[in-house]
Structures are given as C-alpha cells and as structure tokens.
Design a protein around this ligand. Structure first.
Ligand SMILES: [Zn+2]
Length: 864
C-alpha cells in the first residue's frame, strides 16, 4: 500500500462520508442519554463571498470543542448560517446591476463550499439565512412581539439626509467633509419618524445579570457595563426668570453651589421661549449649524467650545443666584435632560466654556493642601477635598462622583423639595428602522384612522418586492413600490400604507441562535421545548468587535422573549470566547502606506520600490489594504485542511493574536506526515493488536519499556483532556500530541500491546484537530469512524512512574543520567549516584566536598 500522505485524496473522501452518514446531525433529546447536551456556536458570517483566515480560526476553534464533546458522549448541536441582509449586498447590486438576493445567495453557495472544505462538523440540516422569507417571517413575528409588549415605538429622530438621492444615509456613508459618498451632496440632519426598541427598560437587568456570566471574558463584561453606563445623581429644577422649569440631571449635586451658568442643548424644546428678541437671530444661526454636526464632532474632547447666550437668566435653587442661560452644542439632547448646570471650577468642559465666554468660576471644593481661586485657576479641579462656599454643606468631605457629599446634597435637595436622587443610564433606546431595501420589512400598516397596525400573523411574512431595479445612482427604497405600499388596513379595511422601512440587520442576528434549535419549524419561530432543551449556548466563539452591540442585543432579546413566556432562560450564552486576530507581516513606508510583498525585491532588506527608502516591518491584521492576506484556499490546496487547522490551533492560544508563519505551517504538515507514517506502518504489521485487545491491558504484567511508553500515552491523554477544558489550550494540546508521537517513534519493539495502545490513542486524540487524516488512519486499523469513538480515558495506574531519570552533575555540569526507582529518598539517590559509572569516571582521583540532592531530579557532586 502507498505510504504517502496525500490530503487532497483523503479530505474530500471523508467529507462525503460524514455527510452521507449524517455524522454531525444534532440528535434530539432521549431518555437514555447520560451526558446531556452541548451547544457549540460560532458567530455566523456575513456572506461576502470570501472566507478569510479570521473565519477559519473562529470556526476551527468551535469545531474542536464540538468534536471533543461529541467523543465525550454529549449530544452536540453545532450549526452554521448566514447573516445575509445588509448594505454590502445593496452596494454590489448598485455597482453591478445584480439583485441583492442573487448576489447574496451566490456568495452563500460559494462560502458553504469553502466551509465544507475545512472539515467543520456542522449540522447542515439546520442552516439558516436571515434574508430568506422562511427566516425573516419570524424576525417580523418577533418584531410584533416587541410591538405588542410596548417595546417597539416610533419617534422623531435626527438622521443623515441626502437631498439629491432623497434618502437616509448611514453614518459610514457620510465622508469626513459631511458629503454623501454616492451623490456628493452636502448631507443634512433631518428629523424623521423612526422605530425604536425600548432597550432602556432592560438597562438594569442587562447590567445586573452580567454577574451571572462567569464564563465571559472580564473585558467584554466591562465594555457592556460601561456602555449601559449606570450613574447615580440627582434631578434638580432650576426656574427661569420667565417662569419655565428647567430640569437638569447631575452626578455631582454636591457642586450645585458652584453652578454659575446653565447650558441647554440647541435642540432643547424651551430654547425658543427662553430666547430674547435681541438674541433670536444668533440663536437660530447656531441651531442650524449644530444640526449639521454629528454627535462625535460635537462631543470631541479638546474641541474649541462654541455657544450663544439666550438673553435670559435662571435662578440657582440652592443659593438664589441669578445665572445666565446659554446654548452650546457640547450638550446633547439625548443624554440626561438636554440641559446642564455648569460648574466650571470642577468640570473641564464647563471650565473651557467659562474661560472662552468670560463667565464666573466659583470654587466649592478645596483640596487640603492647596487653595484655588476661581479667577486664576488654569483648569477644573475634579478631585476630592472639602466643601466650601456651599451653605449647609460647608466642611463636608467631597469625592469625585461618590462619597459623603453627594449623599448629603441629595438629602438636602429632597428635604427642600428642589430635587431628588435618581439613577441615570448612558444606554439609549435602539433605533431599529433603516430606510433601505435589503432588510426585513417592518410588518406594520399605517392607517389614517387606526394608526400603526400590526400585520396579522397569518399574513406574515411581508415579503420584499422582487422587481426592484438597481442602477448606478438610484437606491431602491420600498417607498417606490406603489403596488406593495398601498394596502387595506387589517383593522378597518380602509386604504392604508405599509411601513416602508426595513429592520436593522442586528435584529436578524439577535435571535438566530434560537432558530438553530428548531430550524425547520414551519409554524413557529421555535418550539419552547426545543429552545429550552438546547439553550443556553454552552460555548459561543466570535470576535471582540461584537462585545457590545450584537451580544447586548442578543441578551436583550432573550430577556424580552423570556418575559413573553416563549423561553425559560435569562442569558443566551453561557460561555464566550473572543478569539484573537490573525496577523501577518506588512511592509510600510514611513508615511504608513502598505507595500505588497510581491513588489519588494529583497524581503530581507525591504525597500520602497519607488523611493528606495527602507520599509518598516510589522505584524498587523490580515487585510486587503495591508496586502498581507493569506487566502485559505491557497493553504488548503498546498497542505490540506488538516494542516491549516493544526497550524492555527498550534500557533497561539485561542484568545491571543496569531502571527502567520509559512515555516510553522510547513512544520505542522511534516508532523502530520510523521503521524501518517507511524500509524500506517503499524496497521500494515502482521498481527497488529486490535483496538479491542488494548482495552484489557494489565499494568502489572508489562515490561519496563512498555510501562514507560504507556506512561507517555496516558500522560498525553491526561494533559490533552485538561487542555481542552477550561481555557482551551489547544496549542499545548498539540505539543502533547507531538510528544506522544515522538515517544512512539523512539520505541524499538513495536509489536507490543503498549505500542498499539499508543497508536490508537494518538489517532483518537488528534481526531478533533485533524479530522480527515484521523479518520483515514482509523479506517486502516479499526471499524467505524474515529469521530464516533469514545474519547480516551486516562488510567491512573499507567501514570505512576516506577523509575525516574536522575541527572548526574559534577560541579554543576551534567555528565549523564541514570534510571533509579521512583520512590528513592535523598540518601538512596546519593548512593545510586555515587555508585554509578558516570560518577566513578568523573570523580576518579578527586575529593568530594559536597553533594547536592534535588529529589526526583538530580545529584550534583562538588569535588576537587
Ligand atoms: Zn384602520
């Protein structure tokens, strides 16, 4: 038989075998099962058409987890699908004149083949694509669940409006000069009615339940906690001289006595009534200018402060001082109340504003060792100290955002009935409507008399009109399809119009992990029994870029659906792993421009082909712009999927960044070749021990050499089993595989049952990592697929060492080793060493001054 390892021959063969025998089909629950279920999930991809190395890494990590759990006897669900709505498909449609559905489905075909070539153990029966009516029907149904619960509502919101294309643009489609990427028109800010999900109702639970997520990286939980941004403070009412109540929120009510002016957001509803006729023009101009700026521009740190006085005053309720009311764009309408008290002595932005417009600065917190003067201080003081100039609070200790002074101030405000303690969140309601074609239509009909009416469940899905036309300049919008838009009201049958907005694609991905549990259900989004059986996901794997939005929205959906009685768990993902990036070498000019390696003559001394200047070499994330991507297909064609998988798992622990290295890929290929040779030689031996035989090994009857080899085998089983638990140290697991392989190669007598056990174990242990070669080798020596065998179990007896290797040193220099009984004490070890040939040879004619014994390791003779 041919002894050569040829991945191209065996990989497609085994992929076909697995599919034919439905090896990875997720079994439904039975009474007989002992281990229970395991749900392994990778974040599903956007079907761009091309798989990149980042995907390969993500999916391989999850695949190893799934394969190990299967061999350990769990009932495993490991599905895959497509996050298939969204802008790139629409852009491709505009550029190429292909309908988004066609482009998307073609890409899915292509990527599915690429995934299959990697040998990933998916249950393809459960594949979902969010752009298909049989999926988005249920996304629409879930939208209506939110609507019914009062969690979906409409309100006016500012959007980017392209006046030429007459369309709304995403922030990413507005260039740095504020112009539309497509039409080049200056983008306007426009108020439009938009759909929102009331995620703020769940802010407290989304924050508190982070404590349940012990299997999540701390970093991700911190990012979510910061995004939710809970703060405690007070709401205080200031009275304008003209009589209006101006409500403010502050986390530092203790500094109220230092408020020397107020600032309202330019969008604040009271601005116009507060503005005096003399100031009206200036205010109007300022509002118009602010309307054209993004939140990021307005709130950027260190930006030159701008603002206009309204002409009127308010009264500070704690000290009755008259303070001017200004408007400035650094105050946002959607944080707090859209109005702030400005305390320039203790807030840097207020300080900058006060200095620019020559407003008073009043110090109310003094540090112990310094004394500030509001007229001369050079920046705001935001640290602890003692309250001064603060009436009843004078002398109280003040800390930043917390401490005694805040509590004292809240108590005082509540007693005087001028304010109250309150909790505030940074989290805003989620804007879910998009004015685009390629998304799930929002299933609402607008009726002149009934208002927003949900489309009845029996009429779902509301399908996208398919006769859309895409061209270079025009964007398809659902509003253009008259036949589709004009319907009768489901309530009163009067003439009505469909909602023409589609849903944010983040809605599609906020529940896909539930659909996998019951992917082919035609009458429900999912059955409660099935989601309660499979969920929560036991191991979720994906990129850190989803730390906030996707993971927060999915948690929100789960809580809402639980409150609707549709499922029984609070959190969707028990454990989360955020895999590191795949990086490769980039060559950059001093200006930061990347140069492709193919354009560089000498890679050892890389220089700019145009200027001859030396280039900087570093590792950065693989990307088109850095010219450093390695197409997975190339690696697969050259080495096969098993080598690609082994390299990716071996090169770095899963959560760390990985540096691509061709030599290390080659190294893994050579390792698989060694495994191939050892196992093939074994299986071709006459009388090779069968898999059944090795189950009855009696430790006491083994020879010394057999015991040593057996210890190597069971050490590998023990170490690898530990590495694939907990933090998934796949890299060290592969090192252990190499050690076992070496031990087997070094064994002289290969006709023993201990050797056979080593060989079978090696193939079983390598199976989750390199599934094709493992199955091919298994088929040469045993029945069935290796992936349906039980994970090997460590035998404690086999791990006990009868002997240890003792190192003999003379004057600290190693001169040789000696096999000695494992149980020997210090004195016995010294005796063995003294009597050894090594010692006798090197100590001849010398006087031993001192003997150092390290039990279990070495004996060192100090002799002259
Ligand atoms: Zn109606």
């Amino acid at each position: 038989m041919e002894l050569r390892y040829s991945p191209a021959d065996i990989e497609s063969k085994w992929q076909t075998y697995w599919a034919k025998h439905e090896l990875y089909k997720a079994p439904e629950k039975t009474d007989a099962e002992t281990k229970g279920k395991f749900y392994a999930l990778s974040m599903f991809p956007y079907p761009s058409g091309d798989l990149h190395m980042g995907h390969v890494r993500n999916y391989t990590i999850t695949d190893v987890v799934a394969r190990v759990r299967r061999m350990q006897g769990y009932r495993v669900l490991h599905p895959m699908g497509w996050d298939a709505f969204g802008l790139p498909a629409e852009n491709a449609a505009i550029q190429r004149g292909v309908p988004p559905a066609e482009w998307t489905l073609k890409n899915i075909e292509q990527m599915r083949e690429q995934l299959k070539a990697l040998g990933l153990s998916y249950d393809w029966n459960r594949e979902v694509a969010t752009c298909l009516p049989n999926y988005y029907r249920w996304t629409q149904w879930i939208f209506l669940q939110f609507f019914d619960a009062g969690l979906a509502y409409q309100k006016e919101a500012a959007v980017n409006w392209d006046p030429i294309d007459q369309t709304v643009l995403a922030n990413e489609q507005v260039d740095s000069e504020g112009k539309s990427w497509r039409s080049g028109a200056k983008v306007e800010r426009k108020l439009l009615r938009q759909w929102f999900f009331k995620i703020t109702d769940y802010a407290d639970r989304l924050l508190a339940d982070l404590d349940q997520l012990s299997g999540w990286p701390e970093r991700v939980k911190t990012m979510q906690a910061n995004w939710i941004g809970k703060s405690t403070g007070a709401q205080v009412t200031f009275k304008a001289e003209s009589g209006e109540d101006l409500l403010i929120y502050t986390t530092r009510p203790d500094t109220l006595w230092g408020a020397t002016f107020m600032v309202l957001s330019p969008e604040h509803s009271l601005i116009n009534s507060l503005t005096t006729p003399e100031q009206a023009d200036a205010i109007k101009q300022y509002q118009d200018a602010a309307a054209n700026l993004s939140t990021i521009d307005r709130t950027a740190e260190g930006r030159e402060k701008t603002g206009v006085w309204t002409g009127s005053y308010a009264v500070n309720p704690v000290n009755d001082q008259k303070i001017p009311i200004w408007t400035a764009d650094y105050v946002m309408m959607d944080y707090g109340t859209g109005a702030i008290m400005a305390v320039p002595a203790h807030d840097q932005r207020d300080f900058e504003f006060a200095r620019k417009f020559d407003l008073p600065v009043e110090v109310v917190v003094q540090p112990e060792d310094e004394s500030f003067n509001g007229k001369t201080m050079e920046q705001a003081y935001a640290h602890s100290g003692v309250m001064v100039n603060s009436g009843p609070l004078n002398g109280v200790i003040a800390g930043k955002g917390e401490g005694e002074s805040v509590e004292c101030a809240i108590a005082y405000l509540e007693k005087q009935s001028i304010g109250q303690g309150t909790t505030n969140y940074r989290l805003r309601d989620w804007l879910v409507s998009r004015q685009r074609y390629w998304g799930a239509p929002i299933p609402i009909v607008h009726c002149p008399s009934c208002g927003a009416v949900p489309v009845p469940d029996s009429d779902l899905p509301v399908e996208l009109p398919t006769n859309a036309e895409f061209s270079g300049k025009s964007v398809a919008s659902l509003a253009k399809f008259d036949d589709w838009v004009n319907v009768s009201c489901p309530n009163c049958q009067a003439e009505a119009k469909r909602e023409t907005d589609t849903m944010d694609t983040f809605l599609d991905s906020s529940w896909y992990f539930l659909r996998y549990a019951d992917a082919n259900n035609q009458s429900e989004a999912f059955s409660k029994t099935k989601v309660d059986d499979w969920l929560p996901v036991d191991q979720y794997v994906g990129g850190i870029e989803h730390a906030i939005l996707h993971l927060l929205y999915s948690r929100f959906f789960t809580k809402v659906l639980k409150d609707r009685g549709l499922l029984s768990f609070d959190e969707p993902f028990q454990r989360l792993l955020t895999q590191g990036m795949v990086q490769a070498i980039t060559y950059k000019t001093a200006e930061g421009k990347s140069i492709a390696a193919t354009n560089i003559t000498d890679l050892d001394n890389p220089t700019d082909p145009e200027t001859g200047d030396p280039l900087q070499v570093s590792f950065t994330k693989m990307s088109k712009s850095a010219f450093n991507g390695v197409p997975p297909a190339e690696v697969l064609a050259k080495y096969g999927a098993d080598t690609a998988r082994m390299f990716i798992l071996f090169k770095a622990p899963p959560e760390k960044d990985l540096e691509w290295d061709d030599a290390d890929v080659e190294g893994q290929y050579r390792f698989l070749n060694r495994v191939w040779r050892s196992v093939t030689e074994f299986s071709q031996m006459e009388n090779a021990a069968s898999f059944e035989t090795i189950k009855g090994i009696e430790q006491t009857k083994l020879s010394k050499e057999d015991k040593v080899l057996r210890r190597a085998t069971h050490t590998a089983i023990k170490e690898i089993s530990e590495d694939i638990e907990g933090d998934y140290q796949f890299n060290t697991a592969i090192s252990e595989l190499m050690k076992l392989s070496n031990a087997l190669n070094d064994t002289k007598d290969k006709a023993t049952v201990a050797f056979a056990e080593g060989i079978y174990s090696l193939v079983l242990l390598i199976a989750p990592f390199a599934p094709h070669i493992a199955d091919e080798l298994w088929s040469q020596m045993a029945k069935g697929s290796v992936h349906q065998q039980a994970w090997p179990v460590v035998e404690a007896d086999a791990l006990v060492a009868d002997e240890i290797t003792l190192v003999i040193q003379i004057m600290g220099k190693t001169r040789g080793t000696l096999q000695v009984p494992a149980g020997a004490d210090k004195a016995e070890l010294e005796n063995y060493a003294r009597e050894s040939e090594i010692a006798q040879k090197y100590l001849e004619g010398k006087e031993i001054k001192k003997v150092i014994v390290v039990p279990g390791k070495l004996v060192n003779f100090v002799a002259v």
